[in-house]
Design a protein around this ligand. Sequence first.
Ligand SMILES: Cc1ncc(COP(=O)(O)O)c(C=O)c1O
Length: 410
Amino acid sequence: MIARADCEALDWADPLRPFRDRFELPPGVIYLDGNSLGAMPKAARARMGAVLDQWSRDLISSWNIHDWIDLHERVGAKIGRLIGAGAGETIVADSTSINLYKVLNAALDLRPGRRVIVSERENFPTDLYMAEGVIAGRAPGHQLRLVDADGVMDALRDDVAVVMLTHVNYRTGRMYDMEAVTRAAQAKGALVIWDLAHSAGAVPVDLTGANADFAIGCGYKFLNGGPGAPAFLYAAARHHAGMRPVLSGWFGHAAPFAFEPSYRPADGIVKMAVGTPPILSLAALEAGVDVMLDASQDALRAKSLQQAEVFAALMEQELAAHGFRAASPADPAQRGSQLCYDHEQGWPIMRALIARGVIGDYRAPNILRFGFTPLYLGFTELWDAVAILRDIVQTRSWDKPEHHARARVT
Ligand SMILES: Cc1ncc(COP(=O)(O)O)c(C=O)c1O
C-alpha cells in the first residue's frame, strides 16, 4: 500500500528535486505530458530575450558578432553529448520529419543495389509517411517492408538497405535494444536509422557504443526546447564522406557566402543543414538542452524507472477494477519514460483529467499516455494524479458531454 506520505518521502530524498526550480510550471497543474511538449525552462525567457536584444541592436551583424551562424552546430554538439555521439556528428536543423527524409535518402545512396526499407508497422506515422515519400522519389523497386516489433530481426534479408526504427515507441513506450538491432542489421549489410524522439533526454542513449549509423529526433519533447523547436540529426563520422545531401541548400554548402552557382557540399555533418536556422527557436532549445546537460543521465533514468514503478503500483492499488489495461511492456528495461493504459473510454477520461489539471494525452484508438519527466515531476504529484483519476472514474464525471467533444490536437 503506497500512501501519499510515502511519495512525499520519495520527493524529499530525490537528488533531482532542485531541477524543478529551473522550470516555469503553472500552479495546480500536474504535468504528465513532457514527452510530447516539454515544460518551459526559466532560462528560455532570458536566452530568447537576449537574442531579441541582439536582433534589435545589432541587426544582421548578429550573425557574426553573436555567432548566430554557428548556433545550429553548437546546440547540435550539446545534444550529441546527451546521446553519445562523437564530436562533429550531430547538428540541429529542420524538423524530425525532414531530417528523416534527409538521412533515409543518404542511407539508401550508401547501399546501392538494395531497395528495401524495413520499419515497424506501429512506428510513428510521420516516419512511415516520409519513407513513402522517399520511395516515391526513387527508382522503381524501392519498397517499405513493415513488420511487427518482434519481427524486425526476421525481416533482415540481403535486400534490406535501411532499417528505420523509433527507439522508444510513441504509443506504448516499448524500447528496442539499440545495440543488438544495429549489430544484427549491419551484419546483414543494412544501415540503421534511429528516431530518438522519445529517447533523447528520456533514457540513456549511446550512439557510439551502439555503432549507430544515423539518428534523428525532436527538440520539443524531453529536451524542453519549446513548441516546434528544431530537430537534431546525427550521422556517424564514417558516413560523412559518402553522404550526399538530398536537400542541397546553401547552409549545407562548403562556402555559402561565396554564392557559387553550383552546389558543393560542406565537409562533415554541416552538409546536412539546408536553409537559414531559426535562431530564436535555437536559443530556446539551447536553454532546454543546457538544463538537461546539468543532470546525470543515470540519475534521470533511475528516477524515471522509479516513477513508472510507483505510478503502475498506484494504478493497480486504486483503479484495478476500472478497466485500465497496461499497454506498456512490464519489463522496465524494455520501456522508455512513459506508461500507457488502454481504456474503452480513454478519450473522455483524459479530457476529464485535463480539466482537473492532470495533463496527460490520448493516442487513438484508446490509449491514455502518461510521461515521466524526472527533471520537474514529483512523486507526490503521481499520487495526486491517480487519486484524481480514481475520483473521475468513481463519480463517472468523465461522462459529461463536454468531455466527449473531440479536439483537433489530442
Ligand atoms: C517518433 C516521432 N517521430 C517524429 C515525430 C514528429 O516529427 P516532427 O517534429 O517532424 O513533427 C514525433 C512526434 O511526436 C514522434 O513521436
